[in-house]
Design a protein around this ligand. Structure first.
Ligand SMILES: [Zn+2]
Length: 281
């Protein structure tokens, strides 16, 4: 938190601004938050999991500005909606596929929050009730099937089982070096096993997208995060699987697209979230 505050101060100074010229600070945190009290409750992928940490108050005191916190994937959603691949529609869904699977929803021109900002956890919808245990404690979440680590696990398994694939060769048979990027490279070179991994992962995500289509009716579904850098290799099976499953709405009117802002989506979303909240004060 001290390093975050130092970075905020350095950024303000590098813009040639004084603190008094800045309205506030938006902060994204990867997990479950108490928005009313400005606390982190559970950040599953950070050491110590951060229970009841007063993130907003601590940073606010150090930088002498109001701080507005929100789940990081919700801020990525907000950024992509305002400035990126989600522009121009009033209802959209966003999936961020990396170490975990985050998500967010914009409904009728508003970032959807639900109870304490917990609405939009699209990675934790159940895809298979008999599936593997997820980091959240549930069984068979999308995240357990289609996150970066899940994909890496599929690549390692294929090599260990001696399948005919170039994935092992690409990392000199050092299994620790297998990543979604390596599997992507193999698939681009025509490796059938690597392509099949993208088919499977894309199908799981497509099922999740289908669930969101029928529940929210978005005009756009934006898919970002490191795993989505594979582009159409991932998106084609996602589109196919989603459209195969949804028959009660005009799915040809739904655009399923890759995110366009990369790492900047969350930063832009956080800034706009602060601005949005300051307008309401
Ligand atoms: Zn889960």
């Amino acid at each position: 938190m001290a390093r975050m505050a130092d970075l905020i101060k350095a950024t303000i100074a590098s813009c040639g601004l004084g603190v008094e010229e800045v309205g506030g600070v938006g902060v994204g945190a990867p997990g479950v938050l108490d928005l009313d009290r400005g606390l982190t409750l559970f950040l599953p992928n950070l050491p110590g999991t951060w229970p009841n940490v007063p993130l907003s108050a601590t940073i606010s005191e150090k930088v002498d500005l109001p701080v507005f916190m929100l789940n990081d994937a919700r801020l990525i959603t907000y950024g992509e909606w305002m400035f990126g691949a989600g522009r121009g529609v009033d209802t959209m869904a966003c999936f961020t596929i990396g170490t975990g699977i985050g998500g967010g929803l914009v409904i009728n021109g508003k970032l959807h929050l639900g109870i304490g900002g917990t609405g939009g956890e699209l990675g934790h919808q159940t895809i298979d009730f008999n599936g593997p245990v997820c980091g959240c404690g549930n069984r068979g979440c999308l995240e357990a099937f289609a996150s970066g680590p899940a994909m890496t696990g599929m690549g390692i398994k294929a090599v260990i089982q001696g399948m005919t694939t170039s994935i092992g060769k690409l990392v000199d048979y050092n299994l620790n070096k297998i990543t979604p990027e390596v599997i992507c490279e193999a698939a681009r070179q025509g490796d059938l096993i690597a392509k099949d991994i993208y088919e499977q992962v894309g199908t799981y995500i497509g099922i999740a997208v289908a669930n969101v289509l029928v529940s929210v009716g978005p005009r756009k579904v934006v898919i970002g995060g490191g795993v989505a850098a594979a582009g159409d290799l991932l998106l084609e099976p996602v589109r196919r699987a989603a459209r195969e499953r949804v028959h009660i709405m005009p799915t040809e009117e739904v655009e399923i697209v890759q995110a366009s802002l990369g790492l900047n989506a969350g930063v832009l979303g956080a800034a706009m979230w602060a601005a949005h909240n300051l307008d309401q004060v």
